[in-house]
Design a protein around this ligand. Structure first.
Ligand SMILES: C[S@@+](CC[C@H](N)C(=O)[O-])C[C@H]1O[C@@H](n2cnc3c(N)ncnc32)[C@H](O)[C@@H]1O
Length: 409
């Protein structure tokens, strides 16, 4: 019943806490990666990309939208917070929630190539990473903690441009070079190519950290983590805004990643054709691609992570970079993109739909409970409301949730 009690007893390793009480990695099995295709033709089709019925259960999506108003009530948010036992750990360790989410993903996918939960990296090679839209810096904190010999590059929208400021007090700036880009805005959209060029040609390493790999001619990074998103009201415009950021971040990432590298992108929905097509195109360059909503993420969230592992730098990566640049430029000129692939890929659509529907069910479940509790409180049935809450909170203990989500248990 109180399985998440230990989570509140924070020690210094977020990953160990994450796995309590199931803190053995050996028995873990992860959900199947996306089914992807390797050959396809592309053609950018302009226009607005609506929700696509082959990608998501539209009825469920509509039901969800009618319930979201309950979250705008302050008591709705409070109920929601009480439902996320991970929030407390996150707050005590990181400056924003993305730190614990990335720790969670690392424990599952081991992209840092440390054995999840152990403090010593397996490889003595220092890792080089790049954070896009990473302010205030929870993920930077995690990387610096997990990989003490690592070095990072970062860019995020400046506060003058409406972005969140970096929390400089919690980041070791000797091993993290933060840039505001060529134009001083920190905007990934206007600096996508510039950022790649800077990392490969101009960025220098300060302090006494000189990662061995960077001494080679081919400068680059092992891990790119793209976290940029804008908060807008409705799901569809959030996904459209995020799409532009996904294109910009991928454009930077594919130019700087080393072979075998990892790219992680925080996505806001994959319910439109354009986002799904982009996922299919990106997945051509990685051996394994997963869509994952870690347990540590707010259960009402419409976001998920796209985890692309083992970058294969075949010659065709240049044509994908050119395609991404073309989409990027179109959007900067104000043209929306509706579709990127000429030939449909029903198998991949099914695979994306599977994940979309899982994410949707999780949101529906939590919203239903929030709604029930609010209605009971409004009717003066406080005791009953508490009962519903009590029943609901254990649903989010690690064991039950991992079954619900087909996550490692
Ligand atoms: C990392 S999140 C904010 C942290 C959040 N609490 C979390 O835990 O995920 C979104 C970040 O993207 C940044 N961002 C949004 N649009 C951007 C853009 N066009 N270029 C660069 N950064 C951007 C925001 O300023 C913010 O720092």
């Amino acid at each position: 019943m109180a399985q998440y009690q230990p989570w509140l007893d924070t020690s210094t390793d977020p990953t160990i806490q994450l796995l309590v009480p199931n803190n053995r990695l050996d028995n873990l099995s992860l959900p199947n990666p996306l089914v992807t295709v390797s050959n396809f033709d592309t053609q950018i089709k302009e226009g607005n990309s609506p929700v696509d019925t082959s990608l998501v259960n539209v009825t469920n999506l509509k039901t969800l939208q009618t319930m979201e108003s309950y979250l705008s009530l302050s008591c709705g948010l409070k109920i929601l917070q009480s439902a996320n036992p991970f929030k407390a750990i996150s707050k005590s360790l990181f400056v924003d929630n993305s730190g614990i989410e990335i720790a969670n993903l690392d424990a599952l996918y081991n992209f840092s190539q440390t054995r999840g939960g152990l403090l010593a990296p397996l490889s003595p090679d220092p890792i080089v990473y790049c954070l896009l839209g990473g302010a205030p810096g929870g993920v930077g904190q995690y990387m610096q903690y997990r990989l003490p010999n690592s070095f990072g590059y970062a860019m995020s929208l400046t506060s003058e441009q409406g972005g969140r400021p970096w929390d400089h007090n919690h980041l070791d700036k000797r091993v993290l070079r933060i840039t505001d880009g060529e134009d001083g805005t920190g905007d990934l959209i206007s600096n996508a190519d510039w950022m790649a060029h800077w990392i490969k040609n101009d960025a220098t390493i300060s302090g006494n950290v000189t990662p061995a790999k960077l001494r080679k001619d081919n400068l680059g990074v092992d891990i790119v983590i793209g976290l940029a998103y804008l908060d807008r009201t409705d799901d569809l415009s959030r996904e459209r805004d995020n799409f532009k950021l996904l294109v910009a971040q991928s454009l930077t990432a594919l130019q700087v990643l080393w072979p075998d590298g990892t790219m992680i992108l925080k996505c806001v929905g994959a319910n439109t054709r354009a986002t799904a097509d982009l996922i299919i195109i990106l997945s051509r360059h990685f051996e394994k691609v997963n869509m994952m909503q870690p347990l540590t993420m707010d259960p009402s969230s419409d976001k998920f992570y796209l985890i692309c592992q083992k970058f294969v730098k075949q010659p065709i990566v240049d044509s994908t970079v050119n395609l991404l640049r073309e989409i990027h430029e179109k959007q900067r000129l104000g043209h929306s993109v509706a579709k990127l692939l000429m030939v449909p890929s029903p198998e991949t659509d099914l695979s994306i739909k599977h994940y979309n529907n899982l994410f949707l069910q999780r949101r529906l479940l939590v919203l239903q409970i929030v709604k029930d509790v609010i209605l009971l409180i409004e009717n003066g049935q406080k005791e009953q409301a508490q009962k519903v809450l009590n029943k609901f909170v254990p649903r989010f203990n690690l064991y039950k949730t991992s079954i619900f989500w087909n996550l490692p248990s």
